[in-house]
Design a protein around this ligand. Structure first.
Ligand SMILES: [Cu+2]
Length: 180
């Protein structure tokens, strides 16, 4: 790499060298490829998120979740939903309810909303470092995610958006039982 300027002062008027042309072409091709992948992956991607969302008053959503918990079956592992709808409310600094029990292979509609500030819904399977999903949970909006767990196990719900002094204790749990 040169550490002194070229002897000719107007070197920017000189024609491009072959190496510069090759590298610039590569940059354009890679940039275009990544740009095209954005809309293409929307159609071709196998793991696109499936959420719909609509406006809801935070108090109304919390009330709906409370009613839902009353209709769910209480087990040692958490609440078993009566149907395929699951309601989770995020609030400083907990998930309500904080543990639910689902079955593998069943498509559930997971409803999410926040009672107070912006939270994040992310899932981490027990013993695995990778994160499965990550969604914003904004107050005033109800999100409905269609989720079908293919693998039984324990999934930790971790708030992924810094929401205040107790953010680090804001965890919940989804226990997925075998689909046999
Ligand atoms: Cu939070």
């Amino acid at each position: 790499m040169p550490i002194t300027p070229p002897p000719e002062r107007n070197w920017w008027d000189l024609p491009l060298g072959i190496h510069e042309k090759v590298w610039l072409s590569l940059v354009v091709v890679v940039g275009l490829g990544l740009f095209i992948m954005m809309p293409a992956w929307h159609v071709l991607g196998g793991q696109n998120s499936s959420n719909t969302s609509f406006r809801v008053a935070p108090e109304a959503y919390f009330e709906k979740t409370t009613q839902w918990t009353k209709g769910a079956e209480q087990t040692a592992q958490g609440l078993k939903p009566p149907g395929q709808d699951v309601y989770l409310a995020a609030l400083r600094f907990a998930w309500f309810p904080n543990s639910v029990v689902l079955r593998a292979g069943v498509p559930y509609r997971i409803h999410l909303s926040s009672k107070d500030v912006n939270h994040g819904f992310s899932l981490h399977r027990d013993g695995e470092a990778s994160q499965k999903v990550n969604f914003q949970v904004v107050p005033g909006y109800e999100y409905v995610l269609t989720m079908n767990f293919s693998n039984p196990g324990v999934y930790h719900i971790v708030c992924q958006e810094y929401c205040g002094i107790g953010h680090q204790v804001m965890v919940g749990k989804i226990t997925v039982e075998g689909g046999d």
